[in-house]
Design a protein around this ligand. Structure first.
Ligand SMILES: [Fe+2]
Length: 184
């Protein structure tokens, strides 16, 4: 597998771990059980500060090359790129709402559950399309020169949660991820 695609694939696996944790909290919320609101805000914080800023623009860079090489991919790529915008706005919206709830704001449980469920399922579907359709096409269609330009243009940033150095603010979240792995 191409090393750039491999990095993006690794990000997807990490994002999926967090979406699964978010799903568990959403189920607690729906059932009226105790919810770890801090965990939700930490997950959203990571999504806002890593995938939305680095992972998605890097994918868009590859997809732009792919679109130039094969115009038939244009509609799907436009859709996927617009998903990135929608998902980023939804993450900020969810983050704001959960933070307000933590400050005792009145909220609609049902509405927040719907927003979270929609965010989670849309994200999983989005990743599946990238993994099953766009990444294989990029590997097939782009040539060595394209990849060299992509490598030169790609933004590289240490992953603050799954990278070499764990950022202090994600310590609790990191423990939750380890615990969830133990349970499976
Ligand atoms: Fe992605």
């Amino acid at each position: 597998m191409n090393s750039t695609i491999e990095e993006l694939h690794k990000d997807h696996k990490n994002i999926a771990k967090l979406l699964n944790l978010l799903k568990i909290q959403t189920e607690h919320l729906q059932a009226g059980d105790h919810v770890d609101s801090l965990q939700i805000t930490n997950i959203m914080d990571y999504f806002i500060n890593y995938p939305d800023i680095y992972h998605h623009p890097n994918e868009e860079l590859i997809f732009d090359y792919l679109k130039q090489r094969n115009i038939n991919t244009a509609d799907l790529i436009d859709e996927i790129n617009s998903d990135h915008q929608t998902m980023a706005s939804a993450a900020i919206e969810i983050q704001d709402e959960v933070r307000q709830i933590m400050c005792d704001a009145v909220f609609s449980r049902e509405n927040l559950v719907d927003k979270l469920n929609h965010y989670i399922s849309a994200y999983f579907l989005h990743i599946d399309i990238e993994e099953d359709e766009l990444f294989p096409l990029a590997e097939k269609i782009l040539d060595d020169d394209d990849w060299q330009f992509i490598h030169a243009e790609i933004k590289r940033e240490d992953d603050p949660l799954f990278g070499e150095k764990l950022n202090n603010e994600y310590e609790e979240l990191y423990k939750s991820i380890l615990n969830s792995v133990d349970e499976t």
